[in-house]
Structures are given as C-alpha cells and as structure tokens.
Design a protein around this ligand. Sequence first.
Ligand code: 1YM
Length: 642
Amino acid sequence: MEKYNHKYGAEQIQVLEGLEAVRKRPGMYIGSTSVRGLHHCVYEIVDNGVDEALAGYCTEINVTIEPGNIICVEDNGRGIPVEIHPKTKISTAETVYTVLHAGGKFGGDSGYKVSGGLHGVGASVVNALSSWTEVTIKRDGILYQMKFEKGKTVQKLEKIGEAKGTGTKVRFLADNTIFESLDYEYEILEKRFREIAFLTKGLKITIEDLREETPKKAEFCYEGGLISFVEYLNKNKDKLNKTPIYIEKDGEVPVEIAIQYTSSYSENIYTFVNNINTIEGGTHLEGFKRSLTKVFNDYARNHNILKEKDSNLQGEDIREGITAVVSVKVKEPQFEGQTKTKLGNSEVTGIVQSMVNEALATFLEENPNVAKAILEKCISAARAREAARKARELVRKKNSLETSTLPGKLADCSSKIPDECEVYIVEGDSAGGSAKQGRDRKFQAILPLWGKMLNVEKARADKIYGNDKLNPVILAVGAGIGSDFDITKIRYGKVIIMADADVDGAHIRTLLLTFFFRYMRPLIENGNVYLAQPPLYKLSKKGMEDVYCYTDEDLDKAYKELEEKGISRDQLGLQRYKGLGEMNPEQLWETTMDPEKRILIKVTMEDAIKADEIFTLLMGDEVEPRREFIQKNAKYVKNLDI
Ligand code: 1YM
C-alpha cells in the first residue's frame, strides 16, 4: 500500500507475521476477547508505567476513558527510549510496540522488568488488537510521536515539537471487530487501579471517565502500601492488632506482607505475584500459611500458652479472623489452575516460609500483647473446631442410624455418576415442588431450602453442622466442609442455585455463595457452582410459541423483533414472573432447567469474593457502613416487590 511506503526487511516481515498471529488468535495473548480481555489491554499499558515506577522513575499515572471508548494512559517516567535499536534497526519505541514480547529485553539495564503479567504480553499485543494507537514520548526536551493502525506503523517515530519534563502517553481505540464490546466498566478499572496503588507504595494513579456528561474521577495514592491495603480491607471490622504487622524483604524473590487480625471468623488472605491477584493461591500462599502455623505454635509453646499436654493449634485455627496481603515478585512466574491465577514456582514456598518465620517470630517477641490477643483467639477457634468435630460426628451417627446420610427433603437423581449429575438448590417449597415435577430425574436432583438462613458471619463450624438449612446442603454435596472438604467426594458435578429474581432471591444467593466461599471454596475454584437464570417475563399470543425474556433488555429486543414480524405490543400478553413458584413444572423445565435451552452462570472466585464482601458489610458487626451501603444502593434496587 502506497500509504505505508516502507521497505520491509526480513525482520519487519517477521514483525507483521507476529502481530497477524495476535489478531488471528487474540485469546492466546490476551486471555479472551470478552470485557475481561478488553480491560486487560488497559492493564498492559498501565503496567509499563507501573514498572517504570517500580524502577524508581515514575510517580504518577493518569488514565482517561475518553468519549468513544478511547483509552489514554500517561505517565511521568523517563519516556520509552527513542534511539535506533541495534537489532531491529528501527526506534526502540517502535520496536516495543511492534515486536511480540519485546518488553524490557530492549531496555538496556537488566532487571528492568519482572517478567509479565498473567499473559505475559504487552504493548505490541494491545497495539495489534487496536484500530489505532498513538504513542507520544517526552525525552531530552523533545516531543516524539508515532502512530499505528491494527498494529501496523502508519507514522514512524518523529519529532513533533519540544517538551518539558519526561514521560510517555499512549492513546488507543480497541478494535471492535476483535472485542465483543468496547464498553469499559469504570468500576472494574477503578478497583484495579486502587489495588495497583496499594501494591506500589507512593505511586499516584488517577482515573477519569469522560464518556458521560458528569465525569467520574478518582485518585489513589497510598504512602502506607500494603499496610493501607489491609486497613482498607478491614475498615468495617473490629481489629485485634491496631497497626498491621508488616514484613518486607528484598532479595531473589522480594516479599512484602501485611497482616491484621479481626474478631470475625473468616479468613481473608489476598496474594499477588508481580502485582497480579493470584485468586487461586499457590506456592507463595502455601509458604505463608506454613510459616504462620509454625511461628504461632512455637511462640505458644515457648511462652507456656500451650501446655505440654495440649495438642498443636492447626493452621485453620491460626487463620481465623486474619486479613493479610502477600505480595511477591517472581522473575519467571509459572501460572497454573483453572484461571491461570495460581503460582506454581515451587522454590517460592521455602523462600516465603523462611522469611516470614524470622520476621514474624521477631515481631511476636517484641509485641507480646499482640501475640497474646491473637493466640487467645486461635485457642478459642481450636475449641470451636473440636466442638464442630463432635457436632459432625453426632450428625453422622444420627444419620447412620436412620440408614441414609442424605437429607429427607432431597429428591435425588437416579444416576450416581457425579460428572453427569446436578443438584438444584431451590428456595421455597412451591418452587421446589415444580422443580421436582419438571426435572429430568435421571441426572437432576432437587434440594428445596426453607426457613431462616443462618448468619455464617456470626457462626463457627460447630453451629453450621447443626443448622437445619445448611446441613442438608452439606449432606447433599457429600464432601464435608472446611478443612475436611474433599472435592473428590462431591456427588454432583454441578451445584446450581435457583432463586427468584427479586430481593429475597438475591439474599439467598449471596448467603449460599458466601457459605460456599467460606466452607467449600474448592467447589468454586473447581467451577462446580452455578446460578440458574429464570426468566423475568413471558410474551404470548395465540398461535405463537411463547417467548421468554431473561432481562429487561431481552424484553425490549423481543418486542422489537416481534414488531418487525408485524406483531404489535398490544396483541401480546405479558406475564411478569414474580417468583419461580409461579411457573408450572413444564415452564420451569423449559426455561430454566433444560440443558438445551437454559442459561447457567458459572460462579467464579471473583463473584464469590464480591458476595463475601457484601456479606461482611451486610451481616457483620459494624452498623454504620451497613446503613451507608443501604442508603447508597437503595436507589439502584430494581424489581422490588411492592
Ligand atoms: C503509558 C505507558 O510505557 N512507560 C514507559 C515505558 C518504558 C520506559 C519508561 C523505559 C524503560 C527503560 C528505560 C528500561 C519502556 N521501555 C521499554 C524498553 N507508559 C510506558 N516508561 N527507559 C524508559 O527498561 O531500561 C519497554 S517499556 F524496552 F524500550 F526499554
């Protein structure tokens, strides 16, 4: 093409082939082309600024969502190097944006970048997946700019003026022929930038959304780093140690940890590798947990808090009520697991463990009051665990006397092959009745729940075994809870929560998700938990097949489509489903249970974490934040039954 008018050498051809590969199989490089992948593009560009901050040259990153979903990221670092790169014979900046996996390899000094994020991609991948990209660099008093379309250079790096200061500005429009949607979600970006600011002490990150008339804006900068992070996570909780315990050590694998105990019963440990949230944990988490168990037991023995006759505290006792953030930097991270967010590098376990051993032991010796307060709680957790064991055995004995270990209300399926079986947990007896009649009994089991749900926030495991609402769930799933939970024993490959699309339904969903998150976490990590999606509306007309709509948008679309076929609104009967109980068995099967037609939403760890956060807020000890939440969200509540 005349417009580009470059002479392509062998290297350039390779470059183009590389970026073509990215456009052909974007998922390989960016994870997915869903909204998740779209947001990931922003993170990749921002990460380059964060790396510059970690190297000590950048103090501020500003992100703007411009009208039309154009993203602009600007930092005040050194500016991407501009000189001709010896290998590619083009400017280093252009190389970074056009050569796959270029990154820090071109940056001169080694140790520039702890290799990549989740997908280890970078600027060139974002460039390849964008309709256009514009990079502006301030360096040595000169303003440079280069431009690309779909990854191809359309304007090589050139001087366009003079500059004060240094830095890099990148603007890009993601390619709408590649991504499912270009609608960035401000809240997702805001949450991630807050997280980055916590993880990068002192770095100021701002985000501004200019797409709507009233712009949204936020600014994050935490001098306290992880300490601020833990304080933020615990802001609504009652704390045992006032200032978080802080551990930091540089070395082959730099480690930074902050710990604060609360009076709650839940365990909240967030782990990061190279600033990426490792939701599924991994070797760093393992090292941290092992060390906690050892150090607290040693301290308790040495100070006679645990007597000779006492058995050791278990890991779960010591982690009750803990909030911690563990952040490590690993040169060549290996990510495993369902969502590639589990650190696999085996050497990290020992490194984290020995580092925490030393630092934590010293801390406890120097702060005996904190040590004592935490250990008192651990010991009461151990007692509760023992009580739970007894309660569990009692339940087991009772059940074995009744010859069946399955709850009475469960309508089980005939197949016994877990992989093909599913259990619907249904709120309410009438919906349960319809589900029982409508199901395919070969592989679908129904467990109706009724009565008042236990507040797991305020109960320990012993109460949960005895609870008449949760106990049937535990027995039906068949794999135990807490540290006894054994995923190989699950009786159903899919555990499906089926609740009404109203406030009560949302409540039961949140409660069950929180219960699974706290007591059967591997079930979520393994992708076994689903939400059924019942329809909100039915459109009907004589002689026409019923049309079910699952959202308000669906309904609008259906009206429009039918109008195009010559059927007007007033010819149509509209039924709004207030609850599952209003559907007869055939309707329930057809709309919500038939694997050929139904919509199931797989619950991810992110969903569960969100449910847990909301749950803590709504059910926890502090009243004021609950009031605030309700006031703030009341106006968003839809479908309220009046
Ligand atoms: C808004 C995005 O990309 N900032 C940025 C990137 C780099 C540098 C500074 C940088 C790195 C080095 C030296 C070095 C990058 N440079 C490279 C490469 N912000 C943004 N700011 N000088 C400047 O690594 O030594 C890749 S990224 F490879 F050219 F060095």
